[in-house]
Write a protein that binds this ligand. Structure first.
Ligand code: CUK
Ligand code: CUA
Length: 678
């Protein structure tokens, strides 16, 4: 039944496309309604549109550049974007999925925040995922997401998983791209805040994370006067089990560092595989204290000309943990600083003033450092770093960590402009760096053995305004796709209609293909959250489900457990059972009925309600809301979810489906009655 219904919808779409797209040429379509013309035949059948097009162009006073930009980003009905961008949402606690080049939002993925459309954080199953991120038993309903990391195989996105860090509470989340649902949130038991994550190693063995603002490790107290002695940094390697699709905290580990504030990170690949790199700032170890007449943190942390790149041998570190040389702190493996130094796991390389991004070239040979307060990008050679390690350090910081010689590790520096932040790469040997203060994107050529005359600034293009991260398709992988770049601009100032003092961010699409100007093609206001980093993957690498698995007659998938739900049932098997004051409902939803459609309980009863969407056709999602209990479920085809609540207030409560699923959708409803206690 449902399958036929689905085909009827498709047929209807074809007809609409025909009428809209072909106009007079529709007469050429053979009887039976089959769409036999391909797109290029349709295009020529449309004949010369220039008169109509010219009228629009002159009426709207479009320039030739405007017209080209519109054509590059226009997505004819029914065609697919070549790329999908997975973007952080900043403190909205979600992930956005955006088409490139059309710049249309296709999905949000709730991660750290309850979200009613997806029913995330309302069912028992998804509440348990959010509870994984509880802090000291307290449920936290926001999260500051910064860096999406798509899973990689051999240094290239494989389309299986996405990870995203949470800065406020030091948390990490796993999203399965089979169904675009968040499956796991883990809390770092030692870090109070973090920032240098999520970044994956080339085969997603580990996900990188590090503290942002040092604290005494493990939620201890120590006064700020003991900052140098008691406060510490920590870089973390979360172990990922791809088979299970989960982070394994027991197999993860951290490495204690001096109390320098860590910023962004990248995992080595190719030449530098097995190593990881974290920037740091505030190597001054300033603690602020303006009310006591001390310099504010931002001044105190900007005194020295150099901070430190942390060069970490994580492959060897994993062996050190296996050899039993890690300590357990709050149940987490930690390699203490003295062990890390003795085992040769950690080195510091001086890097210019308050750096932000560290980005590894596609071949893994070079580390590109962007210093917020330095107009250059500084490029270190991994081969030179290794030579400096082999030669032995002669300098050490206050904690005994070896400091490698800056000049010995340096490949070159390129002056790009003001406020360089983040770098991405394309498939033509170019790198792109965002310039926050210049509000521009710089394109420069990557040098090295293949291109000894490289390391040149090529051009700079203005973007609007105050660009943070940039994302190139595949731009941080071993094999970038290039083609498009999205500038994630923090400010939009004057570019959009007035919407009150809280303005959207502006995501701008730039065409970086050969022979194209890098001029922004289109603006995309993002009126939600503040996207930081994003990654762009080829759409054809995503192989998501349209319905949850069904096995013969067996239906009802638990999306979080990744298996059939013990309470999934087919139509006709629904039941209501009472055990003392607990009423267990095993129900179904399908077009256009919620079964049971009447449920009466006594005041004070506990209700456990399992609901299975028994449909398997594409897009036959049903919602389920019940007033007064904060329940909003989204039951996708083949899915079972559970809600548990106490019927604490007598009355009559309609429940209904929230997705306009059929002509009789509004009739898809029922009554929940709570009889008062005597
Ligand atoms: S940070 Cu936001 S613009 Cu968290 Cu990657 Cu640079
Ligand atoms: Cu189901 Cu509306």
């Amino acid at each position: 039944m449902s399958k036929d219904g689905n085909e009827a919808v498709q047929g209807g779409m074809n007809r609409r496309k025909l009428i809209g797209g072909l106009g007079a040429a529709a007469a050429a379509v053979p009887v039976g309604g089959a769409l036999l013309m391909n797109r290029s035949q349709q295009a020529s059948a449309q004949g010369d549109l220039s008169e109509a097009a010219n009228a629009i162009i002159s009426e709207r006073q479009l320039t030739p550049d405007d017209v080209t930009a519109a054509l590059e980003t226009f997505m004819p009905a029914g065609t697919m974007d070549e790329f999908l961008m997975f973007s952080s949402s900043g403190h909205a606690g979600q992930v956005f999925v955006i088409g490139v080049p059309s710049m249309r939002v296709y999905r949000t993925i709730a991660v750290y925040t309850p979200e009613p459309w997806q029913g995330y954080g309302f069912s028992d199953e998804t509440k348990a995922v959010l509870a994984g991120g509880n802090i000291n038993g307290k449920s936290i309903t926001h999260g500051d997401t910064h860096h999406v990391a798509l899973s990689e195989t051999d240094g290239v996105y494989d389309g299986q998983f996405a990870f995203i860090n949470e800065k406020t509470h030091g948390r990490m989340a796993v999203i399965d791209l089979k169904d675009f649902n968040t499956k796991q949130i883990v809390k770092n038991p030692l870090l109070v805040s973090e920032h240098g994550g999520a970044f994956v190693t080339p085969n997603t063995e580990y996900i990188l994370e590090a503290d942002q603002y040092p604290t005494p490790l493990g939620w201890e107290y120590a006064p700020l006067s003991e900052y140098k002695e008691k406060y510490r940094g920590l870089v973390v390697l979360w172990k990922f089990d791809r088979e299970a699709g989960r982070i394994v905290p027991e197999q993860s580990f951290g490495i204690e560092t001096p109390p320098y504030a860590h910023d962004l990170a990248d995992a080595g690949k190719g030449a530098s595989a097995g190593w990881a790199f974290w920037n740091s700032f505030n190597t001054e170890m300033a603690t602020g204290g303006v009310m006591d007449g001390n310099p504010p943190l931002e001044i105190g942390a900007s005194q020295r000309d150099m901070d430190y790149l942390h060069v970490i041998n994580y492959q060897r570190a994993a062996e050190v943990v296996a050899e039993g040389k890690a300590e357990q702190m709050n149940g987490f493996n930690v390699i203490r600083m003295d062990v890390a130094v003795a085992e040769g796991l950690m080195y510091l390389v001086p890097e210019p003033k308050s750096p932000h991004g560290v980005d590894i070239t596609p071949n893994g040979e070079f580390m590109v450092i962007s210093g917020k307060l330095d107009p250059h990008v500084t490029i270190f050679s991994f081969a030179k770093i290794q030579a400096a390690i082999a030669a032995g350090a002669t300098e050490f910081d206050d904690y005994g960590v070896p400091i490698l010689d800056f000049q010995s590790c340096l490949e070159t520096q390129i002056e790009l402009g003001l406020g360089p932040l983040h770098t991405q790469f394309d498939d033509k040997g170019f790198a792109y760096t965002s310039l926050f203060l210049d509000s521009a994107v710089a394109r420069w050529s990557v040098g090295g053995a293949d291109n000894p005359d490289g390391w040149q600034l090529i051009e700079k293009v203005p973007v609007h305004y105050n660009v943070g991260h940039i994302a190139v398709a595949g731009g941080d992988t071993a094999q970038p796709d290039g083609k498009f770049l999205v500038a994630l601009n923090k400010w939009s100032v004057d570019r959009f209609p007035p919407v009150g003092p809280l303005l959207p961010q502006n995501l701008q699409l730039l065409d970086i293909r050969e022979g194209k100007t890098m001029r922004p093609l289109t603006d995309m206001p993002m009126g939600m959250g503040e996207p930081h980093y994003a990654q762009i993957i080829r759409t054809d690498k995503i192989d998501a489900w349209f319905a949850y698995p069904q096995d013969g007659d067996k239906v009802g998938w638990d999306a979080i457990a990744g298996d059939f739900h013990p309470h999934g049932v087919q139509a006709g098997q629904e039941k209501v059972e009472r055990d003392g004051t607990t009423v267990t409902v095993t129900g179904t939803v399908w077009r256009s009925r919620i079964t049971p459609d009447i449920l009466e309980v006594n005041e004070g009863d506990t209700v456990v309600w399992h609901i299975t969407n028994i449909e398997m056709a594409k897009d036959t999602t049903h919602g389920f809301v019940l007033g007064g209990q904060d329940i909003s479920l989204s039951l996708e085809p083949g899915e079972t979810e559970t809600v548990t609540f106490v019927a604490d207030t007598p009355g009559v409560y309609p429940y209904y489906c929230t997705e306009f699923c059929s002509a009789l959708h509004i009739e898809m409803a029922g009554y929940f009655l709570v009889k008062p206690a005597e």
